[in-house]
Design a protein around this ligand. Structure first.
Ligand code: PEP
Ligand code: CO
Length: 464
């Protein structure tokens, strides 16, 4: 057993934006022309930031309130964004489904919802193997549009530093459009009908969704009627961006010292997270993340023992700052029963608090009979229900969900109100990486979370 006190305390060692380079960095591409890479990183470092430090601080405050049980985090988006999908219609749809889910959650959970897109920078992917072999030919794996191209040719699979610039530009274009939509009233609670996706008209969930939208609209009218003024605070949705901070040179290039704050920030996104494959305690990612002032998250899986978890908590948040550290657990519907109580207990032993979020996607991936990477809606829902229950039973609080979804009408996950089967997967399977909930399945998940929470509240009232 590893005692917390006996663990070395890396947070006391000097940090700078490139200190991670002295550590072992997993999942980094190899570039054929280091001088070209260096030129690109220098250019990236000079470009204006995508977000600013006061927005990052505002998100940290909001996450602190979620950690206290006073708000709920909805984090969602594509497994990997692609450059080709950087289109106005797609971005608007993605924003709409997240806004719709947040409306439903607000109604069911009776708490402010923090909206955090997996977007505007989610372009690099960790891979289980460095290479891929087809018909006897071995090439580097595709690592996302930020690194190389999906086509199976030596030229396409070579890591190209110019893609770092293209990714940065697309991230900026995406967030610029999202900000304009949100600021322009796209997310005004008074007009929930603006949030409609065409599909809602034909969906079996139509009535449930419209009932909630109308009820929120009526409540706003009522509040404004009795107070005589607009409820500004609640009528305007804010929106934040997050991505996996995987490609460390890219993240380093956007890491700035803000003299007014006397702190370092990663200004490529509001919240970067460490993926499960790069969360080694003595690794480069943990080293980089410990020095930035953003709120950060780490994905945690069943293979992480208590000492590892405790090391992450004390290294990434040595001063126990509220809102600073989110742990996103992704155990899978079976493993969660054993793994989550252990994880909650391990963190409790550190005396620190974190924001707990459930990712019910990444522990529930399987291969269909037809060879598609898929996830079953019932397993996703099952893991989420277990997460709510286990946190409540152990006196902890589940403060958010992390979902892979799309505003498009894809068939990548089975189940849901329309009962998609393995046979439906080939109809509209578009993901090149992980299977996402389509708009209808995502909305259904939000409706079910909201419904369960209402039932739990009613049970508690009954028990009193
Ligand atoms: C992901 O979020 O797409 C991912 C790769 O997750 P994890 O790090 O949890 O495996
Ligand atoms: Co994924």
């Amino acid at each position: 057993m590893c005692s917390i006190r006996a663990m070395r305390s890396p947070e006391s060692l000097p940090w700078h934006a490139a200190s991670w380079q002295t550590k072992s960095a997993q999942q980094q591409p190899t570039y054929g022309d280091p001088a070209a890479l260096e030129r690109v990183i220098a250019e990236l470092s000079r470009l204006p930031p995508i977000v600013v430090s006061w927005e990052v601080d505002a998100l940290l405050e909001r996450l602190a309130s979620a950690q206290r049980g006073q708000a709920f985090l909805l984090q969602g988006g594509d497994c990997a964004e692609s450059f080709a999908d950087c289109e106005s219609d797609r971005i608007a749809k993605q924003l709409k489904i997240l806004l719709q889910m947040s409306l439903v959650l607000l109604h069911g959970l009776k708490k402010p919802i923090i909206r955090l897109g997996r977007m505007a920078g989610q372009y690099a992917k960790p891979r289980s193997a460095d290479t891929e072999t087809r018909d006897g030919v071995t090439l580097p794996s595709f690592r996302g549009d930020l690194v190389n191209r999906a086509e199976f040719t030596p030229a396409a699979r070579a890591a190209d530093p110019q893609l770092l610039l293209r990714g940065y530009e697309r991230a900026a274009l995406t967030l610029n459009f999202v900000r304009a939509l949100v600021d322009g009233g796209f997310a005004d609670l008074h007009h929930p009908e603006y949030w409609d996706l065409g599909f809602v008209k034909h969906s079996p969930l139509k009535d449930a969704y419209h009932g909630i939208a109308d009820s929120i609209s009526d409540s706003l009218d009522f509040l404004e009627g009795i107070s005589g003024r607009a409820v500004h605070e609640t009528t305007h949705a804010d929106f934040y961006a997050s991505h996996e901070g995987l490609h460390l040179l890219y993240e380093q290039a956007q890491t700035r010292f803000i003299p007014r704050q006397q702190r370092w920030y990663n200004l490529s996104t509001h919240l970067p997270w460490i993926g499960m494959r790069t969360a080694q305690l003595d690794g480069a990612h943990v080293e980089y993340f410990r020095g930035i002032s953003n709120p950060v998250a780490v994905k945690i899986g069943a293979a992480m023992d208590s000492g590892w978890l405790q090391g992450l908590v004390t290294t990434l948040n040595p001063h126990n700052k509220p809102g600073r550290l989110t742990l996103i657990h992704r155990f899978g519907v079976k493993e969660i029963e054993q793994a989550l109580p252990r994880a909650i207990d391990a963190v409790r032993q550190t005396g620190q608090t974190v924001l707990w979020v459930c990712d019910p996607m990444h522990g529930n991936t399987e291969t269909s009979a037809g060879g598609f990477k898929t996830r079953r809606f019932e397993n996703i829902l099952g893991e989420l229900q277990s997460a709510f229950r286990i946190h409540a039973e152990t006196g902890s609080y589940l403060g958010g969900v992390h979902i892979e979804l799309t505003g498009d009408d894809v068939t990548e996950c089975t189940g849901g109100a329309r009962g998609l089967t393995d046979g439906d997967l080939q109809r509209a399977y578009r993901s090149t990486v992980d299977p996402r909930l389509n708009h209808e399945q995502a909305l259904e998940l939000a409706l079910l979370i909201a419904e369960h929470s209402q039932t739990r509240r009613a049970d508690r009232r009954h028990a009193r």
